[in-house]
Design a protein around this ligand. Structure first.
Ligand SMILES: *[C@@H]1O[C@H](CO)[C@@H](O)[C@H](O)[C@H]1NC(C)=O
Ligand SMILES: *[C@@H]1O[C@H](CO)[C@@H](O)[C@H](O)[C@H]1NC(C)=O
Ligand SMILES: *[C@@H]1O[C@H](CO)[C@@H](O)[C@H](O)[C@H]1NC(C)=O
Ligand SMILES: *[C@@H]1O[C@H](CO)[C@@H](O)[C@H](O)[C@H]1NC(C)=O
Ligand SMILES: *[C@@H]1O[C@H](CO)[C@@H](O)[C@H](O)[C@H]1NC(C)=O
Length: 314
């Protein structure tokens, strides 16, 4: 048994950072069912790159943290490959209130496979996961190159990933599909439901996410079915896809990052978020414990971003 400690300290120079509004994004990565090994890499890589985009990422896997007060600090919530029942009754109410107050949401990969009987989740992400064929090489087709999440992609993008099938067509909820799968480029012997819609949706956005009950300002959502393997999260092209989606939702005018009169989100450049709660996760199947602490504070005119990643490997 050995312990490996890695400390990443990123210092962003004050000049470009101060010109940007700092957005707070909550990465929620709790899994009640299947757990993706890529989660720690995804959290570490988003946190490391965040300062380049004026984003402070906070990560938790503690559903008891999900209260109105906690949500109110965040310009967006990123649901990272969550599975099964990851919200208790309090978290459901707080999530609904967050959406009703203009909160923005990003969903990645297995996020469509959590909270399957919570209608608000399906309406927010646009659909639910059905099944996937084996991890494979496949070709994605950019359906809308004008979107920030696809602008940096080649028109036909080769990926190595799990190509999800879904139960419903997100276009039926008004989502705009920006990336589709070329179904001739890989093998899927499963029983694909036509309800998924065609062309095969992989990534999409909602300008006004449908999970909110508000008739006032409503935030944006963006979802991608990609992101299964840790290697993707080390790939600059894939990370451009992810950050394009995140920056798209953050540019809504429904949170404090862009709109001082909004009722949720960071308080712009002067805001110093509280330190995040540390989270500990048992990572199956090799039972390595992963602890990720992410934090950022604005001190005078210096923006300091730090991320501490400690891996205990059994
Ligand atoms: C549906 O929700 C109930 C109550 O939260 C939960 O006990 C049950 O496991 C959920 N079922 C599924 C299939 O997610
Ligand atoms: C809010 O909207 C969801 C669907 O998105 C619905 O299931 C729920 O009943 C609504 N809640 C209220 C309080 O209107
Ligand atoms: C699948 O993609 C990976 C990563 O790009 C590459 O290394 C591998 O050679 C590809 N395999 C096939 C059969 O094309
Ligand atoms: C926010 O943007 C939407 C369109 O995206 C617009 O309809 C709305 O008036 C804007 N609200 C504010 C407060 O600027
Ligand atoms: C920063 O936020 C303010 C509102 O608080 C907004 O007017 C401005 O456009 C934002 N700046 C950038 C660079 O996003």
């Amino acid at each position: 048994m050995f312990t490996l400690g890695i400390t990443l300290l990123g210092l962003a120079a004050a000049s470009p950072a101060l010109a940007m509004n700092v957005s707070n994004v909550l990465i929620y990565s709790y899994t009640a069912g299947f757990r993706h090994d890529s989660i720690p890499t995804a959290v570490a890589e988003m946190t490391r790159r965040g300062p380049d985009y004026g984003i402070n990422f906070v990560n938790t896997e503690d559903m008891t943290m999900l209260t109105d007060e906690y949500f109110s600090q965040f310009d967006a919530m990123l649901l990272l490959s969550n599975t099964d029942e990851v919200f208790d009754a309090q978290a459901r109410v707080a999530f609904q209130n967050y959406l009703d107050n203009g909160g923005n949401v990003v969903g990645v990969h297995a996020a469509t496979d959590c909270m399957l009987n919570f209608t608000t989740m399906e309406r927010t992400l646009g659909t639910q996961f059905a099944y996937h064929p084996e991890f494979t090489n496949a070709t994605m087709i950019v359906a809308d190159p004008s979107h920030p999440s696809t602008a940096g992609l080649p028109p036909r993008w080769r990926v190595q990933d799990e190509i999800y099938n879904f139960n419903h067509d997100p276009r039926a909820l008004g989502a705009v599909v920006v990336l589709t799968a070329d179904e001739t480029s890989y093998v899927d012997t499963g029983d694909r439901s036509p309800a998924q819609g065609s062309p095969h949706p992989i990534a999409w956005y909602q300008e006004r996410l449908k999970g909110s009950n508000s008739t006032g300002p409503v935030g944006r959502s963006w979802y991608t079915g990609l992101g299964h393997a840790a290697a993707a999260w080390k790939d600059d092209v894939f990370m451009g896809h992810i950050f394009g989606g995140i920056t798209y939702v953050l540019a809504s005018n429904t949170t404090r990052a862009m709109n001082p009169s909004a009722t949720v989100g960071s308080l712009g450049p002067s805001y110093t978020p509280p330190p995040p709660a540390p989270t500990t996760t048992l990572d199956s199947p090799n039972s390595s414990a992963v602890r990720v602490l992410g934090g950022l504070s604005l001190i005078g005119s210096i923006l300091v971003s730090s991320c501490l990643l400690v891996l205990h490997m059994a």
